[in-house]
Design a binder for this molecule. Structure first.
Ligand SMILES: [Cu+2]
Length: 494
C-alpha cells in the first residue's frame, strides 16, 4: 500500500469515527435541538426519562379535586356549558406562585359531565394572547366540534360548538390542539376532563360519589425553576418535554383522606411525553374497570399498569387489602404519588368485583380478515419523526375513508440506526379496538374501547377502526413535541 492510499484510509477511518460519535451524541442528547440544563443533564446520564424526585414527607398537600362545571342550562335532552381559557397563578410550591394556564380557573380545568343522547352546546372562549383550540380527546363527533388545528379560537374571541353525545360512559379529557402551540399550552396547565354518563354507568354498582370515592387523577411531570416557574422553553426537549416533579391534579406530594373501603380512580396521563407505571404499595393488586373509551366487560386484576401520554384507565382499589392499617400509597414508577390516609367508615358499601360491566362484542376474526388494511408506520425520533414517510401539512389530506366503513390499521413502530422509542398513537373522532400486539391477543385491559395506544419500538399493533363521523380528523403521536415536528396526518371521512 502506498503512502497516498494509507492517507485515504486514515481519512476514511477518521470520518467513520466522527460519524459514529455523532450518531451516539445525537441519540443521547438530541444534540441538534434546543439544549438546556435539564435535558443535557438527563442525556449525559443516558436516561430516556428524568428520574422523578422522591417525595418529601414534610411538604404534603391535600389532593386538589377539579371542580364539577355547572351547566349554564340543562334539561334531560340538552346541556350547555361555558369553557374559557385563562392565565393564572397557582400556589403549587411553597414560596412564589407559579404562572399557569387553566380552563375556568388558574390551573387545569373542571369536569364537564355529559349524558349519552344529550345535545351538547359548549361556548368556548379564549382569553389568552395566543391562538388555541378546544380538542375533546376521545369524543366521537363530526370534525366541526373536534377542536383540531383547523378549529382555532383567536385571542379574545369565542366559538360555540354543538354535538350529540353519541358514545358510552367514559372518562375523556380536553386540551388545546393549535398547530405549533399544543405542547407549550398543555405543559403550562391546559387540560380538563369530560365524563360521559349513560344508563349503564347509572346502574352499575361502582363508587360514584365525585370527590369522595370517585376521583380523577390527572398525572403530569414538570420542571420548576428556582423561582417556582414552569418554563416550557427552558425545559424543552425534542423527544418530549418532561420533568422531575410529579403533579397530580396540580398537587405535588398529595394526600387524600379515604373513608370508604373501595376507591375508584380515573387515571389520566396528561404528560407531554412521559409513560407512567402505576402500582400500589407492597404490590397490592387493584382492578382496572375501564379503558380510554368506556368500561371493560369485566374488571381485570393488575399489580401494575402503564399508561402512555393521552391514555386513561379507571381502577378500583380495595383499601382493606392494604398491608398497613391506616395508609396505602399509590405509586408512580415506584415512587409515592398519592398517599391515602385510611379512615374507614364501616358502613361503606361493598362492591361485586365480578359484576358484568359492559357488553362490548367479541371480535369476529373471519370478518376482520376481509376488511381493507391501512399501514401506519411510525418512524424516527426527535425532529426526524414522520408517519408513513410524511410530515404534517395542514393543506394535505393523507387518506380518505368512506363514512360508516371499517378498516384494520396496522400500526408499526419502526426503529432505525438512531434507535427507537415508544410512540403513543392517537386517532381523533373514533374509539377503536385492539386486535393484536405483535400477532398475539391483546391483554384483557386493552380488549375494550381505546383512542390512544402505546406502541413499543419494533412492535406492530393491529387496531379495528370504524369511521362513524364526517370530516377531517387527525391521527398522531401523542408525544406532543413529536406531533409538533409533524408526526401527524389527516384523514377525511366522506
Ligand atoms: Cu412519538
Amino acid at each position: 500500500m502506498n503512502k497516498k492510499n494509507q492517507n485515504y484510509l486514515l481519512i476514511l477511518f477518521t470520518l467513520g469515527i466522527i460519524l459514529i460519535s455523532g450518531i451516539y451524541l445525537y441519540r443521547r442528547t438530541s444534540f441538534f435541538s434546543m439544549g438546556n440544563n435539564h435535558s443535557m443533564r438527563q442525556s449525559m446520564h443516558g436516561d430516556n426519562q428524568p428520574k422523578l424526585q422522591k417525595t418529601s414527607l414534610a411538604n404534603e398537600d391535600p389532593l386538589r379535586i377539579p371542580p364539577l362545571l355547572e351547566p349554564t342550562h340543562e334539561t334531560k335532552e340538552s346541556v350547555t356549558y361555558d369553557v374559557r381559557t385563562q392565565m393564572g397563578e397557582t400556589q403549587i410550591k411553597k414560596g412564589e406562585k407559579t404562572k399557569t394556564l387553566g380552563y375556568n380557573g388558574h390551573l387545569l380545568g373542571p369536569v364537564i359531565k355529559i349524558k349519552k343522547g344529550q345535545d351538547v352546546t359548549i361556548k368556548t372562549e379564549n382569553t389568552l394572547n395566543k391562538n388555541t383550540s378546544f380538542h375533546w380527546h376521545g369524543l366521537k363527533t363530526d370534525d366541526n366540534a373536534d377542536g383540531s388545528p383547523h378549529q382555532l379560537v383567536a385571542p379574545n374571541s369565542s366559538e360555540t360548538i354543538s354535538f350529540k353525545a353519541d358514545q358510552e360512559a367514559s372518562t375523556l379529557w380536553f386540551h388545546p390542539h393549535p398547530e405549533g402551540e399544543t405542547a407549550s399550552q398543555v405543559y403550562q396547565g391546559l387540560a380538563g376532563l369530560m365524563y360521559v354518563e349513560d344508563e349503564n354507568s347509572d346502574n352499575l354498582s361502582l363508587p360514584d360519589i365525585y370527590g369522595k370515592d370517585d376521583i380523577p387523577l390527572i398525572v403530569q411531570d414538570r420542571y420548576f425553576d428556582s423561582n417556582n416557574q414552569i418554563d416550557y422553553e427552558k425545559s424543552y426537549r425534542s423527544d418530549g418535554t418532561q420533568g422531575d416533579t410529579l403533579m397530580i391534579n396540580g398537587t405535588i406530594n398529595p394526600y387524600l383522606d379515604v373513608t370508604t373501603r373501595w376507591m375508584r380512580y380515573r387515571l389520566v396521563n396528561g404528560s407531554n411525553a412521559t409513560n407512567f407505571t402505576f402500582s400500589l404499595d407492597g404490590q397490592v393488586p387493584f382492578y382496572q374497570v375501564a379503558s380510554d373509551g368506556g368500561f371493560l366487560n369485566k374488571a381485570t386484576e393488575k399489580e401494575e399498569l402503564i399508561l402512555s401520554p393521552g391514555e386513561r384507565a379507571e381502577i378500583l382499589v380495595d383499601t382493606t387489602k392494604s398491608l398497613d392499617e391506616d395508609k396505602l400509597n399509590l405509586l408512580v414508577d415506584d415512587k409515592i404519588a398519592l398517599k391515602m390516609n385510611l379512615k374507614p367508615d364501616k358502613k361503606s358499601k361493598s362492591i361485586d368485583i365480578t359484576q358484568k360491566l359492559n357488553r362490548i362484542p367479541d371480535i369476529n376474526k373471519n370478518d376482520t380478515q376481509k376488511l381493507p388494511r391501512q399501514t401506519i408506520d411510525l418512524k424516527g425520533m426527535s425532529h426526524m419523526v414522520n408517519i408513513n414517510g410524511e410530515i404534517f401539512d395542514m393543506n394535505k389530506i393523507n387518506m380518505t375513508k368512506k363514512l360508516n366503513s371499517k378498516e384494520v390499521w396496522e400500526v408499526n413502530n419502526i426503529s432505525n440506526m438512531m434507535g427507537g422509542m415508544i410512540h403513543p398513537f392517537h386517532v381523533h373522532g373514533v374509539q377503536f379496538r385492539v386486535l393484536s400486539r405483535n400477532g398475539e391477543e391483546p391483554p384483557l385491559n386493552e380488549s375494550g374501547w381505546k383512542d390512544t395506544i402505546l406502541v413499543n419500538p419494533d412492535e406492530q399493533v393491529e387496531i379495528l377502526v370504524s369511521f362513524d363521523k364526517k370530516g377531517i380528523f387527525m391521527y398522531h403521536c401523542h408525544i406532543l413535541e413529536h406531533e409538533e415536528y409533524g408526526m401527524m396526518g389527516q384523514l377525511e371521512v366522506i
